[in-house]
Each structure stands twice: as structure tokens, then as C-alpha cells.
Write a protein that binds this ligand. Structure first.
Ligand SMILES: Nc1ncnc2c1ncn2[C@@H]1O[C@H](COP(=O)(O)OP(=O)(O)O)[C@@H](O)[C@H]1O
Ligand SMILES: [Mg+2]
Length: 237
């Protein structure tokens, strides 16, 4: 999959079967049997109270951690059997973390470029792409700034640009609009939906913001480590 072709309709980007995650030897039951799927090209919100397991679920989908039990398929592959998780993460997934995690002594452009380092693209091409993405998130004037010189919202937008630099098939964003004003938040959402429309990118976005959730195709709500079924539906299957 090179990311430029659209996946066939109906194919799944994520399929979770009875996913359980415990921390501290079972003392913390962060996910208590979660079952759902997300189609390719869907934009799905994950909502729920603080501590309900949203970040845990996103990390499992992104193969940053393994479930205690259950099965997770991402982009057609069972994560338990993927040998090269780094390649999957580096080439097909994009992450926007809750804390932006920019490297403080690199400029915004250098931060955005970071995930492309293993891809062996020509340097000029990579630099052009980073600048173009920063432009797209409204940071064209901040390309050569260090993160410390930028506002929280600008850093968050730079983190979004970084997540997109590898043209991911699946974008996982943990509260990407949490620390930004509503105009910036709307802009980030515009970018996500245009990627979905233009490239068929699948987007899973954790949010507390009902306006963000309303702009997604559908919402999954987690409470206390379990998915709530939407009213009157089978839903999350
Ligand atoms: N690495 C960890 N070790 C122990 N407990 C954790 C860890 N990460 C998260 N938790 C706990 O798991 C539960 C779910 O956390 P999290 O997935 O971060 O929730 P949310 O993102 O919905 O706020 C919480 O009780 C949290 O304290
Ligand atoms: Mg969280």
C-alpha cells in the first residue's frame, strides 16, 4: 500500500475484538473488552470522560502498546503477527499525541521532517513537503522557529503537520484541538476532513469537544473501559 490509491470500499481500517488492557498486573483495568470496527476513509471520534481508556485504546491501535487480551487488526493486519511494527508505524500511521512532543532544539520544519528521515526521500523534497504542510496548518511564517518561540496552539498544529508528513493511511489524534482556540481547532478539523476526502485517509480522533465530534462521521463513546452502544443500534460492529 503506498497511500496514494484508495482502499476498496468496505475494507476495514481497524477491527477490535474483545480488547482488554490492564496495567499494573491487573490493578488498573483500562479497557474491559472493547469491540468495534472502523472502515477505511471514515473519520471517527472517540469521546468519553477522563480516565475512561481513550488514550489507551489509541495507543493499542497505533501498536505503541499491546493489549492484555483480545485481537486488533489494523489496515488488514493482525497486530499480534506483524513482525515489523516500526515499519507499520513509520509508513502507514500518523500520530498526534495529547502532549505535542516536539523536540525543543529543532525548528518546526525539522520537527515535521523527523518521521521522514528513514524514508530516504531527497532532502529538498522533504524540506518542501514540511514547509507545505506547515503552510497548510497556518504556520508558513513559523517554519524556522523553535517550538519554545511558538504558542501552544502553534505547537499543536506543528504536531499535526508532523503526523501527516508520511501521508499516513490511518491518522490517530489524541485531543488535537485540546489546547487551541476554536478557529485553530476548526482549521485542524478542516485539514483532517480534506485528507479523508482527497486521499481516503482514515482518521480516529479523541476529543472532548462536541463540535469536533459532530464533524466526524460517527462517534464511539467509552465509559469506564467499555464502549457504549449508540441508541437503538448494534453499532460498534
Ligand atoms: N501506563 C499506565 N500505567 C498504569 N495505569 C495507566 C497507564 N496509562 C493509563 N493508565 C490508567 O488507565 C486508565 C485509562 O487511562 P487513559 O487511557 O489515559 O484514559 P483517557 O485517555 O480516557 O483519559 C486510567 O485509570 C489511567 O490512570
Ligand atoms: Mg487521554
Amino acid at each position: 500500500m503506498n497511500g496514494t490509491e484508495r482502499a476498496p470500499a468496505g475494507e476495514l481500517a481497524v477491527r477490535a475484538e474483545d480488547v482488554v488492557k490492564h496495567y499494573d498486573g491487573g490493578l488498573v483495568q483500562a479497557l474491559r473488552g472493547v469491540h468495534f470496527s472502523v472502515h477505511r476513509g471514515e473519520m471517527v471520534a472517540i469521546t468519553g470522560p477522563s480516565g475512561s481508556g481513550k488514550t489507551t485504546l489509541l495507543h493499542l491501535i497505533g501498536a505503541l502498546d499491546r493489549p492484555t487480551s483480545g485481537r486488533l487488526e489494523v489496515l488488514g493486519r493482525d497486530l499480534a503477527h506483524v513482525r515489523d511494527l516500526d515499519a507499520l508505524r513509520g509508513r502507514e500511521l500518523g500520530f498526534v499525541f495529547q502532549l505535542h512532543y516536539l523536540i525543543p532544539n529543532l525548528t518546526l520544519r525539522e520537527n515535521v521532517l523527523l518521521p521522514t528521515v528513514p524514508l530516504r526521500l531527497p532532502r529538498t523534497e522533504r524540506r518542501r513537503k514540511a514547509a507545505e504542510l506547515l503552510e497548510r496548518v497556518g504556520l508558513g511564517h513559523r517554519v524556522d522557529f523553535l517550538p519554545v518561540k511558538c504558542s501552544g496552539g502553534e505547537r499543536q498544529r506543528a504536531a499535526v503537520a508532523r503526523a501527516l508528513v508520511n501521508d499516513p493511511e490511518l491518522l490517530l489524534a489524541d485531543e488535537p484541538t485540546g489546547s487551541v482556540d476554536s478557529e485553530t481547532g476548526a482549521r485542524i478539523l478542516d485539514l483532517f476532513s480534506s485528507l479523508r476526502d482527497e486521499r481516503g485517509t482514515t482518521v480516529i480522533v479523541i476529543t472532548h469537544n462536541p463540535e469536533v465530534a459532530a464533524r466526524c462521521d460517527r462517534s464511539l463513546r467509552i465509559v469506564d473501559g467499555r464502549l457504549l452502544r449508540p441508541e437503538g443500534g448494534e453499532a460498534s460492529e
